[in-house]
Design a protein around this ligand. Structure first.
Ligand code: NI
Length: 179
């Protein structure tokens, strides 16, 4: 087990589009260890997703897991490894929701995302997976796939007024809701 260093916004790795992995790379012990290390890193940082550019690698690889107890989630998302993923919107509905990112520590902002998406990817054994999903799982998928294109959630915010530090969010958010 190894905890990897997470790149913060400003590091060029976060703005570099990732490349697809070959079947040989996916099967390699080095890549399987990287997947395990990314899972360990995501858990250690209390994240719900981690993409390879966040650990300084331009590879189309991400891991996602949302524990059932997590207050951010409407439901648990099982541990999912995404290799060479593509995501497409299903329908026109969008939904606003709070996002944060391990590469942008302590901040949260409201981001509109497609409510429902179709995910096509490979799993860690290189087998195709296809999932249509909505809600928080769909949000996390879109956030992680953005990382693989060199994007972060700030790029998706139509305006910055909701941007808040976590501490202030917890302290003052109830004030907004009462107004
Ligand atoms: Ni992120």
């Amino acid at each position: 087990m190894a905890i990897l260093k997470v790149a913060r916004i400003g590091h060029p790795a976060l703005r570099t589009p990732a490349r697809a992995l070959t079947p040989e790379e996916i099967a390699s012990p080095a890549l399987q260890k990287l997947i395990d290390d990314m899972i360990d890193t995501m858990k250690d940082y209390d994240g719900v997703g981690l993409a390879a550019p966040q650990v300084h690698l331009d590879l189309q690889l991400a891991v996602i897991e949302v524990p059932g107890r997590d207050e951010r989630a409407e439901g648990a998302v099982p541990l999912t490894v995404l290799v060479n993923p593509s995501v497409t919107k299903v329908g026109d509905a969008t939904v606003d929701g709070w996002e944060g990112c391990l590469s942008i520590p302590e901040l949260r902002g409201i981001v509109p995302r497609a409510k429902r998406v179709l995910l096509k990817a490979l799993d860690r054994e290189g087998r195709p997976i296809e999932v249509e999903t909505a809600g928080f799982f769909a949000r996390v998928i879109q956030h992680e796939c953005d990382h693989l294109d060199g994007r972060v959630y700030l790029d998706r915010m139509p305006h910055m007024r909701s941007l808040t530090y976590l501490h202030e969010m917890e302290k003052y958010r109830h004030v907004d809701e009462d107004e």
